[in-house]
Design a protein around this ligand. Sequence first.
Ligand SMILES: [Zn+2]
Length: 151
Amino acid sequence: MATIDSKEAIDRIIARNGDPPVEEPSEPPAVKIVEYTNMAGRITWGVVWENEVAIGTGNRYEIPTPYVRNPHVIWTRDITVAGGGGASQTPTPHAIICVEHGKVYLTAAAYTAQLSMPYATWHCPTCGRAAQWDDANYESYLSPDGSNPDA
Ligand SMILES: [Zn+2]
């Protein structure tokens, strides 16, 4: 998580679609930018990095506090350019429902990673937003004897 108070720096991140700057190739990709008003009344931007979504802190800047006022997402990474992340192109028992992307199937790796993290909620692998677990999808994979599709 990074707080940036320069709109120019934010515009540069958006211009390169969240990719790390050439001079910092080991930096994780940025996946989301939240604009908000800080404690001092100044417009500030919170940048969420890809690895933060994986550990479950990707929505920190979207929760209003005295330090984070009127937060709103102004940009999310267009990951179709980057290759899909944790989204599976073929149906799997594990899907989430995103307000932005609708039903998104998780790859086995993304499902395992999200399951093993102390998430308050599931996340969309495409944009990192909090998402809803698609229980109906999971249940459609249950065998007639009720055994789970992961067994
Ligand atoms: Zn999404």
